[in-house]
Design a protein. Structure first.
Lengths: 229, 144
C-alpha cells in the first residue's frame, strides 16, 4: 500500500526542494539593502595594479573629491541605460565628481563593441573622445542590431567634424589597439568581467547598489562624506 | 520479452524524470535572474541580459522562465507517475513534451535571428527539452 503513495511523496519532495532552491537563489541574487557601501576591492590604486591606458579619458575637475571610473561596453544595453543617469549625476555633483571611462568591450558576445571602442579611441586622438562616447551611447539602439555598424560610426565621426583620413588610419592602428588592450589589462587585473562596472575612488560599487534607483547617487554621497576611504 | 520492454519503458520514465530536474533547476535560476534584475548587466559568459531583458521573455506579464519551471515540474511529476504505472500520465507527458519542443524551437529561433544573442541558460533548457523529446519518442517505440 505504501507503494501507492511513493510517487506522490517523491513529487512532494522535489516540489519542496525546488522552492528551497528558488528561495536560496533569491537571497543570493537579491539587491542588498546597504546602499553606499563599497565592495572591498582595495588595491585598485595599488602599485601592482595596471593603471589602464594613459592618460585616461577624464571628464570633470582634476582635483574633484570623488573619481568615478566606469568600465563600459558601448554595445551593452545596461551601459546605455547608465549613460543618461551618469550625465545627470555629473551635473548634480559638479566639480566634486570626475569621471573616467575605461574600455571593456565584451567580445565576442557583442560583435560591434570592439569597433565602437576603436572609433571612440580614434576620436580621442583628435580630442573628441567624449563626443564620440556620447554619440555612441545616445544612438545605441539604432546601431546595436545592425549587421554592419561601421557606416553608422563613420557617419557619427563625420558629424563630429573629425579628420576622416586620420580616423581611417587610426581605427586599425596599433595606438588605438594598445589603449583598449591596456584598459582591458586593468579590468582583467581587477576581475571585472561585466559591464557596467563602476569604481568610486578605486573601490568597486557593488552591482546590487548600482541597479537601485538612487544607488549610485547614494554611493557618491557616501564617498564624499568619507564613509568609504 | 514483454516484461523486459515494459521495464525498459519504465526505466525511460525514470531517466526523463531525472533529465527534467536539470530543466527545473535551470528555469528556476532563470526566473530568479529575471525577477531580481540581474539582467541589467552584461557579462562575458552569457548573453542572458539581452535575452531575458527582451520583450520575448515575458508572456502576458509572466516571466517565461517561471512558465518553464512549471512545465519542467509537471514533466517530472508525470514521468514519476508514469514510472509507477499510471498510463494516463504517460499520454499527458507525450503531449506536454510535444508542446515544449515546439516552444523551444520558437525560442531558439528568436535568440538566433531576432534578439541576436544566445543565453547559455536558455540553451541548456533547449537541450533538456530536446533530450526529453528523444526520450519520450524512444519510450513510445519501446512500449507502443
Amino acid at each position: 500500500m505504501t507503494k501507492r503513495f511513493l510517487p506522490f511523496a517523491i513529487i512532494a519532495v522535489v516540489l519542496l526542494l525546488a522552492l528551497l532552491l528558488a528561495w536560496t537563489l533569491f537571497r543570493w541574487l537579491e539587491p542588498s539593502q546597504a546602499t553606499g557601501n563599497l565592495a572591498a576591492t582595495p588595491e585598485a590604486s595599488g602599485p601592482k595594479m595596471p593603471p589602464g591606458a594613459l592618460p585616461p579619458h577624464v571628464r570633470g575637475e582634476a582635483n574633484a573629491a570623488v573619481t568615478l571610473e566606469e568600465f563600459g561596453d558601448f554595445q551593452c544595453p545596461p551601459c546605455g541605460a547608465l549613460y543618461p543617469e551618469l550625465k545627470k549625476l555629473e551635473g548634480e555633483f559638479g566639480s566634486q565628481l570626475r569621471v573616467i571611462f575605461r574600455e571593456r568591450p565584451l567580445m565576442p558576445m557583442h560583435k560591434h563593441a570592439l569597433l565602437a571602442a576603436s572609433f571612440a579611441e580614434a576620436a580621442g586622438f583628435q580630442g573628441k573622445f567624449w563626443e564620440m562616447h556620447d554619440k555612441l551611447y545616445e544612438n545605441q539602439t539604432t546601431w546595436i542590431e545592425l549587421d554592419d555598424a561601421r557606416p553608422k560610426f563613420i557617419e557619427y565621426a563625420r558629424s563630429l567634424g573629425l579628420d576622416m583620413d586620420r580616423l581611417a588610419r587610426d581605427i586599425d592602428g596599433p595606438a588605438v589597439e594598445a589603449r583598449i588592450f591596456l584598459d582591458g589589462n586593468r579590468a582583467h587585473a581587477l576581475g571585472i568581467d561585466g559591464t557596467p562596472t563602476v569604481l568610486l575612488n578605486n573601490r568597486e560599487v557593488p552591482f546590487d547598489t548600482l541597479k537601485q534607483p538612487n544607488g549610485l547617487r547614494g554611493a557618491i554621497n557616501a564617498a564624499l562624506s568619507g564613509k568609504a576611504p | 520479452m514483454a516484461g523486459t520492454s515494459a521495464s525498459r519503458g519504465r526505466l525511460l520514465y525514470w531517466i526523463m524524470a531525472a533529465v527534467s530536474l536539470v530543466g527545473l533547476g535551470d528555469s528556476i535560476y532563470l526566473t530568479v535572474q529575471h525577477l531580481t534584475g540581474e539582467t541589467l548587466r552584461c557579462t562575458l559568459i552569457s548573453g542572458c541580459s539581452e535575452v531575458l531583458g527582451s520583450s520575448y521573455a515575458v508572456i502576458a506579464g509572466m516571466p517565461l522562465a517561471i512558465i518553464g519551471a512549471a512545465a519542467y515540474f509537471t514533466v517530472f511529476s508525470l514521468a514519476i507517475l508514469a514510472a509507477f504505472g499510471y498510463r494516463l500520465a504517460g499520454t499527458l507527458l507525450l503531449a506536454l513534451i510535444g508542446v515544449m519542443f515546439l516552444m523551444t524551437l520558437w525560442l531558439t529561433f528568436l535568440q538566433a535571428f531576432v534578439i541576436h544573442h544566445f543565453c547559455q541558460f536558455c540553451l541548456l533548457s533547449a537541450l533538456t527539452t530536446l533530450i526529453l523529446t528523444v526520450l519520450v519518442m524512444a519510450q513510445r517505440r519501446v512500449v507502443p
